[in-house]
Design a protein around this ligand. Structure first.
Ligand code: HEC
Length: 464
């Protein structure tokens, strides 16, 4: 057994938790990156048409959209990409370390393709009209392939976070066993399909500004078809994806998602579907503002819930079904030389073994009890729960019915948490004194929060 827990100091963000910080940055990044990958395919397909049917006027649009991508997608993508790295490194250091130890070469390869992609978009925009059309077309196809390659290479990492889906990886620790996990292809399918819909919606922002009437009609219809194809394929892929999820994800889906969540997503899909049908039918009615609004709707009501639910479905793990969201190793992974932290916690507790515990909190005393409890709660719970009574991210006081009775809170820590009977939460076999300290702290959060109980009960029917 190692001497210490390999934990870093924790990063607590009031009210929304570090999880939402990552989620917000991630959603913006997904919008930018999926737009650009989808648009690269739109360019390749549209330019092929332009060359075959000798319609150079279509190139005007590609130039506009390419420039738009350069200014928006690539700049926003390049800011939020490192933003994800910064935020996950502080929020989930062991999660990201686990991913790096599996996928470092996959990431390196992805960056090579990303590099090609960035050069590609510049070349595409600035060489248009300066080189012969067939050569330019080859360049555009290279750009499309390189763009999609970045997605092909990043999705194994994202889908491994859900789970490897096979026992083999835990023994071998092999990158291939990790990458070709059970839900890889379905996940890739979902993103590939929906990227067409996203690029189709964003594309409308520029299509609406085209001067030439015929070109405007032709392009808007092209975008509509692409969007519709993306939506249909996306729904099929999504249904397949649901079949590849682990048991704990099914339980979270069945018990924790608000009942209106399914119909809500269906409504967003239906709305997008109607939008594309309308733009196919009446392409000249599409105004720039409407296309902008549609993009915002997709981001807020499509991508945000999707990223959030993918995060929720993984619970209690952050990656590979062996690292809990609170960074503890939940099981042995011989293939990576990883041993479970739980036996150490059970034997010695967290305060004795965590490297970054303030010296006066190493042992729980009546004087430091609440502060020790605060340290433990922030370390062990706040990756998934915020602590303010009215906070957004699964506020802890509400989860305990705003109880300010330490005995009641402790009963939960002694039972469900100690034995790990809740499928979406980590098992935490803490020593008696640490459970008592946590109970004292958690109960103290609800002091004076009783009025909230009534408001909370009224809201219970709604979302989580
Ligand atoms: C891996 C993420 C995760 C961690 C870490 C976590 N929880 Fe939870 N917890 C959840 C989820 C998910 C739910 C269910 C959704 C909800 O209630 O909004 C939940 C629900 C609860 C509930 C409601 C009762 C229940 O069984 O559904 C309590 C109480 C609770 N958590 C306490 C804690 C405490 C105390 C800690 C820290 C020791 C903790 N949780 C750590 C994810 C987590």
């Amino acid at each position: 057994m190692p001497e210490h827990l390999g934990l870093y100091p924790h990063w607590y963000v009031p009210a929304i938790g570090s999880a939402w910080v990552m989620g917000i940055i991630g959603t913006i990044h997904v919008l930018a990156s999926h737009t650009s990958v989808g648009a690269s395919w739109l360019f390749a397909l549209l330019e092929t048409k332009a060359v075959r049917e000798n319609k150079p006027e279509l190139m005007e649009y590609i130039k506009k959209y390419g420039m738009f991508l350069l200014v928006f997608s690539y700049i926003i993508g390049s800011i939020t990409g490192p933003g994800i790295w910064y935020s996950v490194t502080v929020a989930s250091p062991r999660g990201i370390s686990g991913l790096i130890h599996n996928f470092v070469w996959v990431w390196a390869t992805e960056w090579v393709f990303f590099f090609v992609e960035v050069i590609g978009v510049y070349a595409l925009v600035y060489l248009l009209g300066k080189i012969d059309p067939r050569t330019h077309l080859k360049l555009t196809w290279s750009f499309a392939v390189a763009s999609w390659a970045t997605m092909i290479l990043i999705v194994p990492i994202l889908s491994f976070m859900m789970w490897p889906g096979n026992e083999r990886w835990y023994e071998t620790g092999s990158t291939f066993d990790a990458a070709f996990n059970l839900n890889y292809f379905a996940h890739l399918g979902v993103r590939t399909a929906f990227m067409f819909a996203i690029a189709g919606a964003v594309g409308g922002i520029l299509a609406a500004t085209m001067k030439n009437r015929e070109v405007r009609i032709e392009i808007t219809r092209f975008l509509s078809k692409m969007g519709l194809a993306g939506l249909f394929l996306g729904v099929v892929m999504w249904l397949w994806y649901l079949q590849t999820l682990p048991e704990n994800a099914r339980i979270v889906m069945e018990t924790q998602m608000a009942p209106k969540y399914g119909p809500f997503l269906a409504a967003v899909l239906l709305g997008t579907l109607l939008y594309f049908l309308w733009t196919a039918w009446k392409p000249l009615q599409l105004r720039q503002g409407v296309a902008v609004a549609m993009t915002v709707v997709i981001a807020l009501f499509g991508l945000w819930p999707e990223e959030r639910s993918r995060e929720s479905l993984r619970k209690p793990y952050v990656a590979g079904q062996y690292i809990y969201s609170n960074q503890l190793f939940a099981r042995d992974v011989p293939g990576k030389g990883v041993t479970s932290d739980l036996p150490m916690i059970e034997a010695k507790g967290v305060l004795q073994t965590h490297m970054f515990v303030p010296a006066d909190l190493r042992t729980v005393t009546p004087e430091n009890k609440v502060r020790a409890g605060e340290f433990l709660t922030k370390t062990l719970c706040t990756n998934c729960h915020s602590i303010e009574p009215d906070a957004k991210l699964r506020a802890l006081p509400a989860r305990f019915g705003f109880s300010d009775d330490p005995v009641m809170v402790k009963a939960y820590l002694d039972g469900a948490l100690y034995h790990g009977t809740v499928p979406y939460m980590p098992r935490l076999p803490l020593p008696e004194a640490e459970r008592e300290a946590m109970a004292a702290y958690i109960a103290s959060l609800s002091k004076g929060a009783a009025p909230m109980l009534a408001a909370h009960d009224a809201l219970q029917q709604g979302a989580h």
